[in-house]
Design a protein around this ligand. Structure first.
Ligand SMILES: Nc1ncnc2c1ncn2[C@@H]1O[C@H](COP(=O)(O)OP(=O)(O)OP(=O)(O)O)[C@@H](O)[C@H]1O
Ligand SMILES: [Mg+2]
Length: 319
């Protein structure tokens, strides 16, 4: 068994790659997560979050690169009870009641938490006596979260922990996750929601089409992807002139229409009207997370591989 030292990163991975046939799900991820950090893996559908997380859990084998969890292989770390997990998909075993299931799963870990406390914290105390195959989707999700929490493992890996959960439930889940983090545990969670990532993580790792496109504290990431877009009809003006306007991060043209991505739309609009009185049809809107990702990766046309699916708009707020 590997020795866990203070110097050993919670997760350390270099050059991680994984393909499914012709789909390059993960293409060269380098990441170090320090013990005690709470990190959000944020990205749109198909970005490679689950694939990455599955590799960290030893559930998927990478094609290339290295991955260490507390200095050990993922499989070894999981077997040693260092990692508690909640997968994105996964059914609950039948023929068990909720309390029995959580108790059973907790018993695989060296220092599990008190099951009653976990049931209380996850809003599952009321359904503790129910059969696991008779739960609603959100209830089953809460039970899966309760099982992860009961592990009391040093690293908690949660793949979209609040998917399908109501507003109050989400609040409870985040409260419980923050409490885990406050006890010095390492937490990695995957999400689509910038706001959720920002509110609950020390650091956001933005992933798109299998690559990390930004990595930093929420404020930094928000400034990058929280941009808004101004569209207008403005023939005959060079893009360079538009890009030089205050509050403007980037500009593109399609015929007479220009699209400006802006860090500060007030400043941008003031400058636009001031410099180009002929401007018309001005529209302002929030950029979706997908658009922000595409902008950050500098690839406006997407890609055949691990394509960003726009089925769930990224600027949709949780709640
Ligand atoms: N078992 C598999 N076989 C084939 N392709 C797969 C498999 N699992 C994932 N993929 C593909 O790999 C890419 C990354 O998928 P992944 O599940 O890692 O994305 P994700 O970021 O978790 O997305 P979501 O937000 O929808 O959960 C996608 O293009 C997906 O279709
Ligand atoms: Mg996923």
């Amino acid at each position: 068994m590997a020795v866990v030292s203070a110097e050993t990163a919670g997760i350390r991975t270099t050059g991680l790659t994984k393909s499914y046939g012709s789909v390059h799900a993960v293409r060269g991820i380098d990441l170090v997560i320090a013990p005690g950090e709470t990190v959000a893996l944020l990205g749109p559908n198909g970005a490679g979050k689950t694939t990455t997380v599955d590799i960290f859990l030893g559930l998927a084998r990478p094609d290339g690169g290295t991955v260490f969890v507390f200095g050990a292989s993922p499989t070894e770390a999981v077997r040693s009870g260092w990692v508690g997990a909640m997968l994105q998909s996964g059914s609950l075993p039948d023929h068990l009641r909720v309390r029995e299931l959580v108790t059973l799963l907790a018993s695989y870990y060296p220092h599990p938490r008190r099951v009653d406390e976990v049931l209380d914290q996850t809003g599952t105390a009321d359904i503790a006596g129910r059969w696991t195959n008779k739960l609603s989707g959100g209830q089953a999700q809460r039970v899966r979260f309760a099982a992860a929490l009961a592990s009391n493992a040093d690293l908690l890996i949660l793949d979209e922990p609040t998917a399908g959960i109501d507003v109050e439930g989400r609040r409870e889940i985040w409260r419980a996750i923050r409490a885990v983090a406050e006890r010095g545990k390492t937490v990695l969670f995957a999400t689509h929601y910038l706001e959720e990532a920002d509110a609950n993580a020390d650091r956001i790792v933005l992933i798109a089409r299998g690559e990390i496109v930004a990595d930093g504290p929420g404020s930094e990431i928000k400034a990058k992807v929280g941009s808004r877009t101004v569209k207008a009809t403005l023939p005959g003006v060079e893009l360079a002139e538009l890009r030089a306007l205050p509050g403007v991060l980037g500009a593109e043209r399609h015929g007479e229409a220009v699209t400006l991505s802006c860090s500060d739309t007030d400043a941008a609009l003031g400058a636009l009207f001031g410099s180009f009185p002929a401007v018309r049809d001005v529209e302002v809107r929030g950029a979706s997370l997908e658009e922000a990702f595409l902008e950050l990766t500098g690839d406006e046309h997407g890609d055949q591989d691990a394509k960003v699916e726009a089925s769930r708009p990224g600027n949709e707020e949780p709640g």
